[in-house]
Design a protein around this ligand. Structure first.
Ligand code: SF4
Length: 302
């Protein structure tokens, strides 16, 4: 067997100190128009790793990072590994390490297929939190982007997760409705967040990478044929503002914790919403030239 652990392609920024355990390779779905990131990063196919391979990696990771207190399971859809593999890996990790938190990426549709009883087993195996791509709470936008989930599906799985104490961290993609459906995107997204009160909402900005290259973002095709009109940088800042205005004072941590975001506010909705709105308004009150210079400065990266 090889003597270094397989690396994940992507991890949430908040998991930078975690043991990064590869349960599956790539994405089992790979159809979202706005994504295509696994093929673009050299992992076009999905595959499952064996429990023995995963245990071997866990041993290596613990040796490499003896002080780690948290762990994260990837790639995009590790729950598609099958319950025996996922739960076997979680049990093994808990047995041989001192980690206090285990999280993973999870697709709403995969959780939906598992159902409440299997989700309970995940909680019993020590899964504490899922990083779930809500992207948008609007059904039409989700369908256009071929996300393979409906808002109602997310509401259902969120309820099952809450019932067993697994925390939820949503990812929302600013600009996903384009310029035409921005309001619809934000209104639908606020509705799902208010209805499900996740522990975290993390904002990302839609990034149309690699235009013209072989590995470009699949959505570029719709940009070229005119069926998707990209949101402006300032439009995404307005989207953050509108979302905050529509959200209730929830016990939810709201964060723009990615370098691609044009505005970077964070805080607990029930305590810090007004401060975040004020920060956005202060930014929007800057002279036009200064705002445009800021948009130009902010880079785009994975
Ligand atoms: S957004 Fe997630 S589910 Fe969709 S293709 Fe990308 S990795 Fe797969």
């Amino acid at each position: 067997m090889i003597d270094h652990p397989e690396a994940l392609i992507i991890r949430p920024p908040s998991e930078w100190r975690s043991l990064l355990v590869r349960i599956t390779r790539g994405c089992n779905w790979n159809r979202c128009r706005f994504c295509g990131i696994y093929p673009a990063m050299g992992q076009p196919d999905f595959s499952r790793r064996t429990l023995d391979e995963i245990k071997h990696d866990i041993d290596l990771l613990i040796r490499l990072h003896p002080g780690a207190e948290t762990a994260f399971f990837g790639d995009a859809d590790p729950l598609a590994a099958g319950q025996d593999t996922f739960i076997g890996a979680a049990h093994y990790l808990r047995e041989v390490s001192e980690i206090q938190r285990l999280t993973c990426y999870a697709r709403a549709s995969t959780l939906h297929k598992l159902g409440p009883e299997n989700i309970r087993l995940l909680a019993e195996a020590g899964l504490n939190r899922v990083h779930l791509g809500l992207e948008s709470g609007d059904p039409e936008i989700l369908q256009f982007h071929r996300k393979g989930q409906s808002p109602e599906m997310v509401v259902t799985v969120a309820r099952w997760l809450k019932e067993v104490g697994i925390e939820i961290s949503y990812y929302v993609l600013l600009g996903l409705g384009g310029r035409d459906k921005s309001e619809q995107h934000i209104t639908g997204t606020a509705r799902i967040i208010n209805e499900t009160e996740p522990e975290f909402v993390r904002l990302r900005r839609l990034w149309l990478y690699g235009a013209g290259s072989e590995g470009e973002c699949p959505l570029m095709q719709q940009v070229r044929d005119g069926s998707f009109i990209e949101q402006t940088p300032e439009g995404t800042v307005f989207e953050v503002r509108q979302l905050l205005e529509l959200l209730e004072p929830l016990d939810t941590f709201f964060a723009c914790d990615h370098a691609n975001n044009y505005i970077n506010v964070s805080g607990l909705l029930k305590e810090d919403r007004e401060d975040m709105l004020r920060e956005i308004d202060d930014f929007l009150a800057l002279p036009e030239e200064q705002r445009q210079a800021h948009y130009t400065r902010v880079g785009s990266r994975i």
